[in-house]
Design a protein around this ligand. Sequence first.
Ligand SMILES: [Zn+2]
Length: 298
Amino acid sequence: MHTLTLLLGSLLLMSSASVSMAQTDEKPRVTVTPVKGPLYMLAGRGGNVVASVGKDGVLLIDADYSEYAQAHAAALAELTDSQVAPRFLLNTHWHFDHSGGNGFWGEQGTVIMAHENIYQRMSTRQEMKALGRVVEPSPAAALPVVTYADAIAVRFNGDTLQVQHYPSGHTDGDSIVFFTEANVVHMGDHYFAGAFPFVDLGSGGNVLGYISNVESALKQMDEQTIVVPGHGRSLMSKQDVQIDLTALKNSVSIIAELLQEGLGPEQIAERGLGPEYASYGAGFINEAAWISFVAGSL
Ligand SMILES: [Zn+2]
């Protein structure tokens, strides 16, 4: 057990360069994509933001990196013709590429809502071993004001948002947000379109839980559902999610079999999963990191 832990530790360290988010000198820029009705996808550098813009004001799902808050504010000012801050912000999970803008909005009076585990993690010091990074407690203005344990419904701009907690997936505090009227779903980091996902084992995530969470979310979608991925710059469909989930499940079977044969995660990474997974490992999480997440989850 200790050997395995050590091995995983060193593998994660090895892969941390490719896991860590690239620093860039680029001026923060946000791309706005109309989704449906009052909904827009705002893509900066971190997780995709969804904005509901209408007669009730503005509600945001997620808040990107803190450095991108001003760029999001500029994009919203253009969409709304005003400088009024959003009334609500809901975080899909605690990671700083989804909650970095919390403080910027919280200071302007936006009410932040999130699962109670997000409050727990953001209000205490977190060590993210997989990224080799320590995250200090967030200032009070960045913390969720309204928290929930299992689910919360939000009625806004003519839609009902069903916000459902999916435990032990990407982290222990992720929610998936269904806009039930618009038939739009924001998957948060339960969907990295066309890529291996980051599964934060140190924050209570687990690859098997991740897969069963996505399966359960798929049951609430139909062929018309518009899917906003946590990462990936295009709007996706139920079929896209199914295709990527099948690839993840097949890769988990391959890795599980090789572990059973006695290979370690490093040896599996050296051997490789096969050319069909090359594109999945080309993003933020490479194949070696994905193998280590799977091995650490089984
Ligand atoms: Zn995340």
